[in-house]
Write a protein that binds this ligand. Structure first.
Ligand SMILES: Nc1ncnc2c1ncn2[C@@H]1O[C@H](COP(=O)(O)OP(=O)(O)OP(=O)(O)O)[C@@H](O)[C@H]1O
Ligand SMILES: [Mg+2]
Length: 402
């Protein structure tokens, strides 16, 4: 192998090797990744750090993009139509508009329009997502045995937990365009217009082989708080139920909400699958922070650990904001004077998101005094040495001294 590496490392056509690796990695093969990893190691051993890093970056990007690749699902099954007689949706298809304001009722998103990565969820959530995707991609096999695939999904969870991203990712995996409608945008102050808008939206989506995504799904339920609106909202909820019943068998519908408690039980029951999207746990927070830091080396890992500890209870979106702020600040501080931990403490104390009091209590201590509590929270001597820019020996001494 090192012979090959030696020859490759002196190769003037290395950009072609990089392109080949990029294309080949797209087809997700664990054995291919393993061989590329061996090549990276051989290049490092030969001192070809720049080339090793180039390949390593491709490898990391691939593993991030395929954390939940439907590897067992074949490409051809994407083409399986979920219903017959559906037309192909294109960006030029005429989206219905609100008659009073002329505002479009939905946006069309083609599979190639967005590059989405599956948000990082706990393993149990990933298992549910994978099971659902299998069902959708193998709808024909399910029908062969006289069953129907579950075509309606309700995704609920706190703001910024990755619901919209998940819906777009699912559609992208299926190779289908998205008809994305925010239900709050369908509500009109004119009697009857809201129900008419809903009808127009569903009629449009039912014509095409697409995934209908209903964002801000609770918007209709919220109107119910107003006693004057009761009669009208009943009509709207009924219209929604009827439209959903018609949609069954026409295609996939994904509804997204932050306020599942506000949903009418009859609507809740209409969905065959209800998926709770939780806030990220420590492990996922580390991965989210690493994505935001755009690195996976040891120093980024130490930073990601501290950011994840600081971000306990935050949503993925809030953590990303925190990590991005940190990354920007590090560009302008003198790294020799300001250790990473000090910048993280600064960012944590100047953010609008709510950082836990116990975390702030530790971060507000003198740096030397932070080491002990952080070590007791699981930070290694090596991580603390990097984060506080001191030697591992000093960390050890301060952690163990009375
Ligand atoms: N668990 C997660 N893993 C990775 N990224 C995440 C996660 N949760 C949120 N994000 C990121 O945060 C950003 C916002 O996510 P998204 O818009 O999908 O959240 P949402 O749940 O739809 O929010 P809202 O309820 O406000 O509509 C995206 O860039 C997304 O990638
Ligand atoms: Mg959203």
């Amino acid at each position: 192998m090192s012979d090959v590496a030696r020859r490759l490392s002196t190769m003037e056509h290395f950009p072609i090797v990089t392109s080949l690796v990029r294309v080949a990695l797209g087809n997700d093969s664990a054995r291919l990744s393993h061989q590329v990893q061996r090549l990276v190691e051989a290049l490092v051993a030969d001192g070809e750090d720049a080339q090793a890093e180039a390949l390593s970056k491709l490898l990391n990007r691939r593993s991030r993009n395929t954390e939940l690749a439907p590897s067992r699902l074949t490409q051809s099954s994407r083409a399986v139509p979920l219903a017959t007689g559906l037309e192909k949706l294109s960006p030029q298809s005429a989206v219905p508009v609100d008659k009073d304001s002329s505002a479009p009722l939905a946006t069309i998103i083609m599979p190639d329009d967005v590059v989405t990565t599956l948000p990082l969820f706990p393993a149990s959530v990933h298992a549910n997502i994978e099971a659902l995707l299998m069902e959708w991609m193998n709808a024909d096999r399910i029908r062969e045995v006289g069953l129907s695939p579950s075509l309606s999904l309700l995704v609920y969870g706190a703001p910024g937990t990755g619901k919209t991203t998940l819906a777009l990712w699912l559609a992208q995996q299926l190779g289908r365009p998205v008809v994305l409608a925010r239900l709050d945008g369908l509500i009109s102050s004119f009697l009857g217009t809201t129900a008419r808008n809903l009808g127009a939206l569903f009629t449009f989506a039912n014509k095409y082989d697409c995934v209908l995504v209903l964002d801000e799904f609770d918007a209709l339920a919220k109107v119910r708080d107003d006693p004057n609106e009761v009669g009208e909202i009943k009509r709207v909820v009924n219209a929604l139920l009827q439209n959903m019943d018609v949609r069954v068998g026409r295609g996939i519908t994904i509804a997204l909400t932050n306020h599942e408690g506000l949903l009418d039980p009859a609507i809740w029951r209409r969905f065959e699958v209800q998926l709770a999207v939780p806030k990220p746990e420590f492990e996922q927070r580390v991965q989210i922070a690493l994505r935001s830091l755009d690195s996976a080396d040891d120093s980024a890992r130490a930073e990601a650990h501290l950011l994840s500890w600081v971000a306990e209870g935050l949503s993925g979106a809030e953590l990303r904001t925190l990590a991005t702020k940190y990354r920007k600040r590090r560009l302008f501080v003198n790294a020799e004077d300001v250790p990473p931990a000090a910048t993280i403490a600064q960012v944590a104390s100047s953010t609008s998101v709510h950082i836990g009091d116990d975390v702030l209590d530790v971060l507000q201590l003198d740096e030397a005094k932070q080491l002990k509590p952080l070590h007791s929270k699981g930070f290694s001597y090596a991580d603390l040495a990097y984060l506080f820019d001191i030697s591992t020996k000093t960390v050890q001494r301060r952690v163990t001294e009375e």
